[in-house]
Write a new protein. Sequence first.
Length: 173
Amino acid sequence: MVQQALATFPAGLADSPTSSTESAFAEVLADVMQVEQMSIDSNFFDDLGADSMIMARFCARVRKRPDLPAVSIKDIYQHPTIKSLATAVADTAPMPVERVVADVLADDLRLVVCGSAAGRRSAELRQYYAGPGNRFWSTLHEIGLTPRVLAPVEFASLSQFGIGLTALVKRQS
């Protein structure tokens, strides 16, 4: 039903983007929703018929574009049009790169743990799951994935055990 409605989205309805971010967001969303053009003033859910899965794909594709600021599902729900989303992300200063925790990824991993975003303490230390009381590292050991309890500072060594780490959003939560 949603795909049928999206296929008949009127091409002439699309409002013209006024910024490069609006234009790029419209391009990405049109591709995700498989339509030719996208209105920058249409509500993602009410007007376009998108759902959370469609918008999750949109967020993922936006994150793959180095020319665009990362957006989260929370951003989508708070700013449900291309125009409002582009304005909101333009008003926020990007998190300094030095505060983002590096991925631990390789071709031969047997497990990749994907968190949502680095917490304050993890971002400050640039280490995964570094917050006080976080049981991530002890849980990895307790279920037999690591031979001992690792400290957050040792996160890069997880690849030795076939485990990778990444985050959905590359900024502090």
